[in-house]
Design a protein around this ligand. Sequence first.
Ligand code: NAP
Length: 287
Amino acid sequence: MSVRIERLAIIGVGLIGGSLVRALREAGVVKSVVGIGRSRPNLEEALSLGICDEITQDPVEGVRGADVVFISVPVCAIPGVVARIAPVLAPGCIVTDGGSVKTAIVGECEALMPSGCFFVGGHPIAGTEHTGAAASFSTLYRGRRCILTPTERTDAAALELVASLWRLAGAEVCFMEPGHHDRIFAEISHLPHMAAYALVHAVGTADVEGENILSYSAGGFRDFTRIASSDPAMWRDIALMNRNALLKSIDGFSASMAELRQRIEAGDGAGLSTFFTTAKQFRDGIV
Ligand code: NAP
C-alpha cells in the first residue's frame, strides 16, 4: 500500500509519539507534522529537534485539517482528548492511538467518532523508562511488534493504513481483539511493573536496624527493578484502566508467592527446586 500523509497530528509528543514521527519522517511519507501537548517546554523541544513543524497546546486547533491523528498521551486521558477533537475532525480523518490498554479506549473512542471518521486502536510493544520528546528515537519500533485491535466497527481501509504506518516504522503488525490484548498485557507487562514497584516499595520501606538497605543493591536487584523507574502517572493510569484483567493477574502472582512461602516455611527443598526449575525453563524458552 502506498502511503502519503499530508498533515499528521500527534497529541502527546513523548517517547511513543515522537519516535513514530521520527520513523515516518525517515520513511519520507509525511509532509507536515503538528505536535500537540500540555506543556510548552516539551513542545518547544519537539520543534527544535525537528520532530514537529508546528506546535500548539490546543488540540482542537491542532487537529484541524489533519488526515491522520495519532494519540500518545497517558491512557486515562485518551478518551477525553478524542471527545474534544471529534467535532472538528476533517472528513475521512483516521484517529489512532498507542495506549497500553485497549478495551476501554477502543470502546469509548469508536463511539465518539463522527460519521466519516475512523478510529483504530493500537499498541506498539516497545518502550523505555524514559519520557518526553527528547527520549524519542526513530529506531524504537524496528523489529518490534505493534498490536492493532480492530472490532466489527473498524473501517478496513483505515486499519490497512494504520498497519502500513507501523510497518514503515519497522514494526511487525499483528491483530487481536481488545479484550484478548488486555488479558495478555496484564500478565506480561502490567503485572511485572506492579511486581517491580511492590518489590522496591517493600525493600525501600523495610526497617533493618535503620540501615540504608538500598545502598547494598547489586546487579540482580537493579536488573529486576529497572522498570520501577517508569513514569508513576502512566502506570497509575494503566493499572486503573486495565483493572479487571490486572486484578486476576495479581491474584495469580499472589498465589505463586504464597506457594513459594509455604515451601520455604516447610523446608521443602525438592518442591523449591521444582518451582525454580519450572520458572527457569519458562525464562530460558523466551527467545
Ligand atoms: P511520555 O513520553 O510521557 O509522552 C506522553 C506525552 O503526552 C508527554 O509529552 C505529555 O506532555 C503529553 N501529555 C500528557 N497528558 C496529556 C494531555 N492530557 N493532553 C495532551 N498531552 C498530554 O509517555 P509515552 O511513554 O510516550 O507514553 C504515551 C502513551 O504510550 C501512553 O498511553 C502509554 O500507555 C503508551 N505506551 C508507552 C510505552 C512505554 O514503554 N513508554 C509503550 C507502549 C505504549 P507534557 O509533558 O507536556 O504533559
